[in-house]
Write a protein that binds this ligand. Structure first.
Ligand code: E4P
Length: 217
């Protein structure tokens, strides 16, 4: 499973890229707003930190506007992935951009039929929003399971990018359901490594080691 980080905070991205575990980054207009920075400037910096795809989202809602913005975003760096909303105009723009050789991420996916449209349009990634479905009392994981089955049935190459991840269990369940990628907020990504028994076990080993009076090397 590939890990993307879901943030526009360059300090967090740098820290996570340093672990060697980061395969890409996703941003959205809300995350850009949170960063307090200019979209072109911050996206360029993110693209220089990671080699993998960096999703940058269009804000136009009509096809022509999306294509115009996509051209501007694509010029920022070679590893830009154009993020488009799951609307008919977004699907149409996805088809055009994919055919022109761009990487695309169709976002705000909440149903299997929406995902099917994105795959038919040749999207590189489609992003089911797990947390937002769970918030409404709908099992987000079921959507990933349905998408996996549909994509496998027709051998679609579109990758399932589990998004709106809120917990370590979301990451685990997405992996079990066969998502290709999870885009994870920095705090949740860092929490994946944590287990109280690891801390407790390490503490006990170090206490016993101190009693030996030895050092390694
Ligand atoms: C995905 O690309 C989105 O940026 C993100 O996962 C949305 O998550 P949220 O529902 O926590 O805002």
């Amino acid at each position: 499973m590939k890990f993307f980080v879901d943030t526009a905070d360059v300090d967090e991205i740098r820290e996570l890229a340093d672990t060697g575990l980061l395969d890409g980054v996703t941003t959205n207009p809300s995350l850009i707003m949170k960063s307090g920075r200019d979209i072109t400037e911050v996206t360029k910096e993110i693209c220089s930190i990671v080699d993998g795809p960096v999703s940058a989202e269009v804000t136009a809602t009509d096809f022509d506007g999306m294509m115009k913005e996509a051209k501007v975003l694509a010029k920022i760096a070679d590893n830009i992935c154009i993020k488009l909303p799951l609307t008919m105009d977004g699907i149409k723009a996805c088809k055009h951009l994919t055919s022109a050789g761009h990487k695309t991420n169709v976002t705000l996916c909440f149903s299997a039929t929406q995902a099917l449209l994105a795959a038919k349009a040749g999207a590189t990634y489609v992003s089911p929003f797990i947390g937002r479905l769970d918030d409404m009392g709908i099992d987000g994981m079921e959507l990933i399971e349905e998408m996996r089955l549909i994509f496998d049935n027709y051998e679609f190459e579109t990758q399932i990018l589990a998004a709106s991840i809120r917990s370590v269990n979301h990451v685990k369940d997405s992996a079990l359901a066969g998502a290709d990628v999870a885009t994870i907020p920095p705090a949740t990504l860092k929490a994946l490594v944590k287990h109280p028994l690891t801390d407790k076990g390490l503490e006990a080993f170090l206490a016993d080691w101190a009693k030996t009076g030895q050092t390694i090397g």
